[in-house]
Design a protein around this ligand. Structure first.
Ligand SMILES: NC(=O)c1ccc[n+]([C@@H]2O[C@H](COP(=O)([O-])OP(=O)(O)OC[C@H]3O[C@@H](n4cnc5c(N)ncnc54)[C@H](OP(=O)(O)O)[C@@H]3O)[C@@H](O)[C@H]2O)c1
Length: 207
């Protein structure tokens, strides 16, 4: 699959490595331009290339948003169109001071959705600490951690769940973008908790 990643930091850089090693072709972008990404790209090896944010989006079937929440309008406003693309929102709504932003009754992905018109939006990867992402395990291996996936688009959700499985985690179907997304936000029982699929399903059902 052609994957674009916006953000080359903790989450974006880690996902780029995992997806490239799983055999996908990755274009990764940051705020400083492709020339600044040489070290990361060399360290990952084949299947990854440095790109501008627009090139990362343009060439992709699936785009991961892995920038700080405070930068979402900047990066999404200058890229696109997103029509027909799967967009994975890995962001958490923290302010620049790392406080949880009060979004009222809305979930962060409802706000993101307005910035990527025409996309099939999926909330995933926001719950897991990036260092744990490097510790994927084979299917059935003890200690395999779970990652929840919320989306209103069943086909897009399936694609993202397969990707999660490929990089060593158990995907857990977490309902729609709003209902599910609200149950995997910062402060929820599955946020930043290293738990397996059965426990995650129990926690999501109780939330
Ligand atoms: N850290 C975690 O464990 C974790 C886990 C789950 C979810 N998340 C979420 O993932 C997102 C990224 O977190 P992080 O820890 O990976 O942050 P980070 O290490 O600070 O990386 C942020 C990246 O976003 C890039 N960026 C900022 N503005 C941009 C723009 N306008 N265009 C393109 N790229 C831009 C930065 O570019 P430069 O490198 O050029 O500055 C940097 O590569 C956040 O929303 C966070 O809540 C983080």
């Amino acid at each position: 699959m052609e994957i674009g990643i916006l953000g080359s930091g903790n989450i974006g850089g880690t996902l780029a490595r995992l997806f490239a090693h799983a055999g996908h072709h990755v274009r990764i972008a940051n705020s400083r331009g492709p020339a600044s990404l040489g070290g990361l790209v060399d360290a990952i090896g084949p299947n990854v290339e440095a790109a501008s944010a627009q090139d990362a989006v343009e060439g992709a079937d699936l785009v991961v948003i892995a920038v700080p929440w405070t930068k979402r309008e900047e990066v999404l406003g200058e890229t696109g169109p997103y029509d027909g693309k799967i967009v994975v929102d890995a962001m958490n709504a923290y302010t620049e001071d790392f406080e949880i932003e009060d979004l009222g009754s809305r979930t962060s992905s409802e706000i993101t959705r307005a910035l990527v018109p025409g996309a099939m939006l999926v909330k995933a990867f926001n719950t897991i600490y990036y260092k744990r992402l490097s510790d994927g395990k084979a299917k059935g291996e003890p200690g395999r951690l779970a990652i929840p996936v919320a989306s209103d688009d069943p086909a897009a959700k399936t694609v993202v769940m397969e990707l999660i499985d490929q990089i060593g985690f158990d995907p857990v179907d977490n309902d729609g973008l709003v209902s599910g997304g609200g149950r995997q936000q910062p402060g929820s029982p599955v946020y930043n908790e290293p738990i397996g699929a059965d426990e995650m399903r129990r926690e999501l059902a109780r939330a």
